[in-house]
Write a new protein. Sequence first.
Length: 488
Amino acid sequence: MPSSFFGLEIGYSALASSQIALDVVSNNVSNINTPGYARETVTFDETDPFTLPGLDSFSPGQLGTGTTITAINEVRDQFLDRQILAANSDQSAYNTLQQVLGQAQTAFSEPSSSGIGQQLTNFFNAFSNLAANPEDPGIRATVVNQAVTLTNAFHNVSNSLSQLLPNLNSRIQMDVQQLNSITTQIATLNHQIGVSIAAGQHPNDLIDKRSALLSQLSGLVNLQIVDEVNPQTGQPNGEIDVHVGGFTLVQGDTAEPLSYTSTSVGSANTLGLVDSQGNAIPLLGGEIYGLLKASAMVQGYQSQLDTLAYNLINAVNSIHQTGMGLDGSTGTLFFSSPPPPPGTGAAASISVNSAIIADPQKIAAASVPTPPNPLAPGNGDVASQIANLANTAVIGGASLNDYYNALISTIGSDTQTAQSQANNQQQIVSQLQSQQQSVSGVNLDEELTNMLQYQRTYQAAARVINMADAFLDTIINGLGANSTPVAA
């Protein structure tokens, strides 16, 4: 038969369990804005009954001894969580790409009166005017000024693109440092979580911290996560392995650091992630992937701009060298000599021949006189040929203007595509996060309902204890030696 304190023990079990449940509710509410936090729930269970039924039982069946909390679990949908990590990697890559490409597009300032496109048109128009008035000193000065303005436009765009690349390199370096820091923290948490689970605990707070770190990591690179399994039980041991591009970043409590490398091939500067053995790590998502891809695309734009400047220099010079200036000079270069093929750096270095800047009479607008048809130095044959370059196939069957317009179109298309992808991916991430919030997020209305429920249970348990205390008072004080005898 149970003791007289049996009711107190049952009431206390309800009181203690309700208190723990209220603490869980408080913890949920306090972490409503904590990144990576998943709401927690309590699992109530009956404690072992007092006796088994038998001939000497004091009750017709087993008598319960109260309640206990067997687990405090966090509510997660692992499949959904990992979908969000993948979507977050893609979104981060697209956002980074559209940001950098937008800066590249801004560098060209097109369409505008100061852009290379308009300056090319003005340059050829100036030579067209010179062809009609080859001896006019004012028009010759205009040709020089327009040529200098064109070269400055090339310089401005080239410098802007060149400044982008070191910034991208610095961002990649910082991201790789952050990546290595995060993976080290995940490895440490893996160990702590594994030890806790092996001891029969539910390390929800540690798992929340790891989830927040995984979210940060997914913003840098695309992840694949594998749950480790206890070989004895075949059940997950709480630790995870993190992979990227087939390479293991984290395995249990060990993290493998990565570094980034820069390899120059011709005019291109190829960046990439490598492991400690120098093996390249292929990426498909995350900010680092976006930066690497953006770097390659910006270098491509720079290369095409150099090609334009290189061919402009050669095309104009090859014609100009055949002409004669008003001072009788011949064989004069209009632009300074370009870099060697393929013309790397031509956009940054293009310049008008200093001799022509000093004396516009050296502009070879006329063809060289040859008997028996001597031409006066003032004819505009050569100037006309240079003006006609505006519509002459110079680069792969395209005119200089057409080549430049195609480059601007490519940059605009690339930027628009990146923006569209970023917007679409943002919608996907928002939808997934909304689903995750409905599963793992803290709902204040729900928590308030639970709080009231556990509060009522706590109050009821307190009344049970008060009642049991009254029974004990009757037994202890009412049946003692000083109690009033019962009348016969």
